[in-house]
Design a binder for this molecule. Structure first.
Ligand code: HEM
Length: 153
């Protein structure tokens, strides 16, 4: 990713609406799909991009804006299978690097900060659950997702 110009930095806003979340998701997967490490994972999964982008927009709109809508099971979606070898630490690190730098490139503000914190917690928790390892000492050990759905209680 190239360094941002002053004009680009000045033009950033926070993640406020579903449209912003969708833009984040689109930009993130643009980088992820082209990435030398992550790209082959998505290619091997034969990802239906319009559907995946809609699902991930639902997921992050739930996480960051509290909107209902996401119906999936993220952990199951990342389990190794006969078609997919397990993700390594390098995959998780790259995923997090790209997600964080996409946010910094496009957005600034409290929700953008929360997105980075949530992504980091979820990536470490997901890694721990999928690999059975306990990971770094300073990483969170609380449940992977907020246990209540937005609007459920
Ligand atoms: C090692 C890093 C990661 C890789 C390589 C990866 C890759 C994938 C792939 C291949 C899918 C399935 C797409 C499809 O079949 O359409 C998927 C789904 C998904 N991923 Fe990841 N992912 C990673 C980390 C994460 C993290 C850390 C999060 C959450 C913060 C996340 C959130 C999701 C969600 C919500 C789905 C959709 C699940 C559903 O179907 O409901 N991923 N990911």
């Amino acid at each position: 990713m190239r360094p941002l110009t002053d004009a680009e930095l000045a033009g950033r806003t926070d993640l406020q609406h579903r449209d912003d979340i969708e833009r984040l998701v689109v930009e993130f997967y643009r980088y992820a799909a082209m990435d030398e490490l992550l790209g082959p994972v998505f290619a091997a999964a034969h990802v239906d991009w319009p559907e995946h982008i809609a699902t991930l927009t639902d997921f992050w709109s739930w996480q960051l804006l509290g909107e209902r809508g996401y119906q999936g099971n993220p952990l199951r979606a990342h389990e190794p299978s006969h078609e997919r070898t397990p993700f390594t630490d390098a995959h998780f690190e790259r995923w997090l690097d790209l997600f964080t730098s996409t946010i910094d490139e496009q957005f600034v503000g409290p929700t953008a900060e929360m997105a980075k914190v949530r992504a980091r917690k979820m990536a470490f928790a997901m890694r721990r659950l999928l690999t059975g390892r306990h990971g770094d000492h300073d990483e969170p050990t609380e449940p992977i997702w907020p246990t209540t759905r937005a609007g459920s209680g």
